[in-house]
Design a protein around this ligand. Structure first.
Ligand SMILES: Cc1cc2nc3c(=O)[nH]c(=O)nc-3n(C[C@H](O)[C@H](O)[C@H](O)COP(=O)(O)O)c2cc1C
Length: 428
């Protein structure tokens, strides 16, 4: 069995699976049940002021029979007092000394306010702080949450305030509601952060009740934009994690958050540079128990791939992400149909006809056939195909002449493949 223990910015944990700051970490009894289930760490539901909340506060995005593939919330920070939370953190940490307990904080943007809450919280035995610079609703209108994370100067300044008095590692939780994640990430680092975590939730309006015409979630006939999370946000989170991981100046650990449901999702974050992961929506949907499968799955994966420790896979795929201009324009794949697995649903034909490059026709037995000269290798037919193995993408070039857009721009005499050049309007 591989070693799953991690040391994230000086915070030790029996495995890389932490609960994100949210309802599943609302109180001591919940965090303790989570540790019993196998979670390595927990970021406590954000402490701070003011203590107010609305009802209702969640809305879900369904896709057919699949419920809650996205979740939107307008919940604010904890609605329990600081004293009660700190007492429970102290007791929890005493009972579970080997699990990581992180205190998430958010107060108004005054140096004294941050100093005070940090000083009051750090003698609880907790292992670190997470600064919530990401909450996009309610708090941000009052200059907190994402209002901090959206302005690199503020991110740096408040991180410095916290570092002035903290004797614990400080993780800065970043908001995805920015055009580019690198400036706030670097600002956190510049302010002295020991690590960052991302993503918090994404600005969103979840939908509208067509009968009442009131958007969700309904608070006495009105709605407000909220924070979006869950399965649907994973690609956005992966992009932001990898953007930071491959930034040459950025060199502090990253805790990956956003749409993680399974060990596979978690491994993707680790491969793209996260030192551990945090989970919220999947636990709100399926309960603490999902961590058992995450631990088993990660263990099996590491064993199969021959890794002795989870730390060996962190960042392994980072160098595989690059700018578009560095991609090989001469790499060439086309779609091929495998009749043995084809169920003749024709979805590939329709998708290619109306959404791609009209490369499909049918043979005498009504199986779809690809015109490989016309196929641009976009993957669409393989993506819509419901029958595993019926369409595969096959490489045609021999790899002997890689040319990127950047290289071609500098030297237009380089040879580019002519494939797909019969498309109307194409250059060749
Ligand atoms: C109902 C709800 C409440 C949340 N409250 C907090 C919070 O208090 N502090 C915080 O930093 N993030 C909070 N979050 C954001 C999560 O910690 C996490 O960053 C986000 O949900 C993305 O992860 P996920 O896709 O696994 O849910 C909350 C999320 C939800 C759904």
């Amino acid at each position: 069995m591989a070693d799953l223990t991690t040391n994230f910015a000086g915070i030790k944990s029996p495995n890389p699976f932490w609960l994100a700051s949210a309802p599943p970490t609302n109180m001591g009894s919940m965090v303790e049940r989570a540790f019993d289930a196998g979670w390595g760490g927990a970021v406590w539901k954000t402490l701070g002021e003011p203590i107010v909340n609305v009802s209702s506060r969640l809305a879900g995005l369904d896709q057919g029979a699949l419920r809650m593939i996205g979740l939107n919330n307008i919940e604010l920070i904890t609605d329990r007092s600081l004293e009660v939370n700190l007492k429970e953190i102290y007791e929890c940490k005493k009972k579970y000394p080997n699990n990581a307990v992180i205190i998430s904080l958010m107060v108004e943007s005054k140096r004294e306010a941050w100093h005070e809450i940090v000083k009051r919280s750090q003698d609880t035995g907790a292992d670190g702080f997470e600064l919530n610079f990401g909450c996009p609703h309610g708090m941000s209108e009052r200059g907190m949450g994402s209002a901090m994370g959206q302005v690199p100067e503020y991110t740096c300044m408040v991180t410095e305030w916290v570092k002035e008095v903290s004797n614990l590692p400080v993780i800065v939780k970043l908001t995805p509601n920015v055009a580019h994640i690198v400036p706030p990430g670097r600002a956190a680092m510049q302010g002295g952060a020991d690590a960052v975590s991302l993503i918090n939730t994404i600005n969103s309006v979840m939908g509208v009740d067509l009968d009442t015409m009131i958007p969700y979630p309904n608070v006495n006939g009105m709605a407000a934009h909220g924070g979006y999370c869950g399965t649907a946000v994973k690609p956005i989170a992966l992009n932001m994690v990898s953007e930071l991981a491959r930034d040459a100046e950025f060199n502090i650990p990253i805790s990956g958050i956003g749409g993680i449901n399974t060990w596979r999702d978690a491994v993707e974050f680790l491969l793209l540079g996260a030192g551990n992961v945090q989970v919220c929506t999947a636990v709100m949907h399926y309960g603490y128990r999902i961590v058992e499968d995450m631990i088993d799955g990660l263990n099996n994966y590491l064993d199969e791939k021959g890794f002795a420790s989870v730390n060996e896979i962190i960042g392994k795929s980072v160098s595989r992400v690059t700018d578009w201009g560095n991609l090989d324009l001469n790499y060439e794949v086309v779609a091929r149909v495998n009749n043995e697995h084809c169920i003749k649903c024709n979805l590939c034909y329709i998708a290619c006809e109306d959404g791609a490059h009209q490369c499909f026709s049918f043979d005498e037995n009504k199986y779809p056939v690809v015109d490989e000269h016309e196929c641009v290798g976009c993957n669409l037919c393989a993506l819509v195909c419901p029958s595993p193995g019926a369409i595969s993408m096959v490489r045609l070039d021999d790899g002997s002449n890689p040319v990127s857009w950047k290289e071609y721009s500098e030297d237009p005499s380089k040879t580019l493949r002519s494939h797909g050049s019969s498309l109307p309007g194409s250059k060749a």
